[in-house]
Design a protein. Sequence first.
Length: 444
Amino acid sequence: MKRFVAIWLVVLLVPAVLALTMCEKESSVGDSGAPDGDSDTDSDADGDGDSDGDGDSDADGDSDEGPTVSLTGVVKSASGFPIAGALVYVTYGNGSEIPDNAYCYECDEVTEGRYALTNPDGTWTIDRAPVGTLNIVSRKGFFQRQREIVIAASPDVQEVPEETTTLPGANTADGLDRIPNYAVLLNSWDRPEVLLARMGLAELDATGELVPGTANFDMYEESETNPDAVGAADLLFESQETLNHYHMIFFPCTCSTLDHTQYRDMLIQYVADGGKLYSTCWAGHWAEIAFPDVIDFVGEDTGTSPGATPGEWDSAATILDDTMRAWLSVVVPNEDPDNFPIRELWAEVESISYEAYDGHGVVIHPDGSWDIEGPVIPTVWVEDVQANPGQLLTFTFPYDCGKVFYSNYHVTMDTGGGESQPQEWVLIYLFYEIGVCLGEPIIE
């Protein structure tokens, strides 16, 4: 058994921590008698009087002494809806560096009392924030914002402005705002790019079409064209490096023109390296061809289409995850999570396995650490309770460092530029959730 905590800390985080530490160091001049040019007897070069090299007066880089206050606030998307389960923390250093490619996302290091996870309505409270000038970081998956804040000694409870912790809709050159590298295959049946726009990553016109030049994600043409597209869908598979550039790739519902069997090994490697694979209804064959021991559709599969029962039906479902249920009660308060409307269902899942690919599952330990071991265990989010009771409509499963998403339904096509439909909120929730870290925040 190989512990990925160790691998991650040694291979990836150490350079980032060293860079963070270096930026905190200050030069000292005007005295002598110590390696750092000051008059103390420490064993490093930061001039702070200790031997840890972090540039402050304690050993963890967070200057623990002094008064603390409570901070409150809310985390929302760039377009204004609340984000559940987002991480918010204060630090004297910088937020975690997000690599520009698929990777094993170990949870962020935080200090007890100085972090919070947001409630279903996006609100949060940090109990013991130190007084002074710090950075506050808000993060959900590969979305991250960092801002400098000045924390006063009073009052005891202070509200952080909403904009300070709003998740961004675009990257900034200074790296303080970071969004995922998303790729979308375009087709006329299912359009996740519309939901990405409703998350604030692009603009929509009154007809529900993307405003040219506003998309902060890449598009590849499959059965639909767009002047802003990178090119044809097969360019996405030009190399493993091209594929792995993306944190998440959207394969929306269609009978593809591509023969997926030739890309099977690349897809497996992409997910193993930390990539997130999204697929809906007939595009489920992207997931099935790569991971046939986990998911099987009704019927006989081919290289370009799943063995899905053709047709379209509407139904109602139950939402199985408690956090998703609570969040849906905020964004669509009039919908019953046990009789949740689902439209335009297209494919039937024959079965999923909870015993496949032993040694590629993710095990979360009681202390929040994780290992890659044991079988792949899917998580079912939505289950049919009406037209086809017991049919699994939405589930995800890990594979090594990455995750696979499948939904029987997709973005509905008659909403124009208006509000999202109930089922689209389920998809939006999982767009964020599938990107979260492995394990739990690492408490310093």
